[in-house]
Design a binder for this molecule. Structure first.
Ligand SMILES: [Zn+2]
Length: 226
């Protein structure tokens, strides 16, 4: 049977079956969950919605298997294709999340405004520095990018900013050295390890920019750079 014929048979089976609404429901739920997992920021929520989406798809597949009189192989291939695409999508988004953030925050390369800051980052890690328009002082790293808000630039002096940049640079260096799954596990499940990571990033920042600069940056900002 050719592939078009199989699709036709697939459609007819679904139409004739009383399970069709369930299959439809599971498909809609799984698409919604997958979309949610792409939108969510927190790794833990993203992982939970992603796993739920996969479960919904498995239920849809199981229901389809139950009602099928056609080729089972097509169902299997469709499922394989889905798993492949959704996995590439979700891992790709995590990997290239900085691209998404640049658009969302309307972030601009900081190199044009503060050449020294980009050069300082270049010495520590291969990453691009961006600033974005927000009065809230914030700094964070994603993918291969470091983001700092204008509010942060307004309250920090040069040495304090260096400490913050070194801290974020450490995260990027550490991320690229940690295997992906371990990284995801660290981000997702264990808050003690997360604070351990923050501590190690601070140690590195103190080494690079000096302990005094780091603690005065911490005093000014406390918990707004992560
Ligand atoms: Zn941090």
């Amino acid at each position: 049977m050719n592939i078009l014929g199989e699709f036709n048979c697939f459609g007819t089976c679904l139409k004739l079956s009383s399970f069709a609404p369930f299959v439809g429901l599971f498909v809609v739920i799984s698409i919604a969950l997958l979309a949610a997992s792409l939108m969510l920021k927190r790794p833990k929520q993203r992982l939970i919605t992603f796993v739920s989406a996969q479960v919904a798809v498995v239920l849809a597949i199981a229901a389809t298997f139950y009602l099928m009189n056609c080729s089972y192989m097509l169902t299997f291939y469709l499922y394989l294709a889905y798993v492949l695409i959704s996995t590439v999508l979700i891992f790709g988004v995590v990997r290239y999340y900085d691209r998404v953030l640049i658009g969302r925050l309307d972030a601009k390369p900081a190199g044009s405004m503060m050449k020294w800051a980009q050069e300082f980052v270049d010495r520590l890690v291969s990453a691009k520095l961006y600033y974005f328009d927000s009065a809230v002082p914030r700094a964070f790293a994603a993918g291969k990018s470091i983001f700092i808000s204008i509010g942060l630039l307004e309250i920090l002096n040069k040495d304090e900013l260096k400490a913050v940049l070194a801290h974020e640079a450490w995260h990027i260096r550490n991320n690229s050295r940690t295997p992906y799954l371990k990284q995801l596990a660290l981000m997702t499940f264990s808050s003690p390890k997360e604070s351990e990571l923050e501590y190690m990033a601070d140690c590195f920042a103190a080494e690079i920019a000096g302990g005094e600069a780091l603690s005065s940056a911490r005093n000014k900002l406390d918990k707004v750079f992560i």
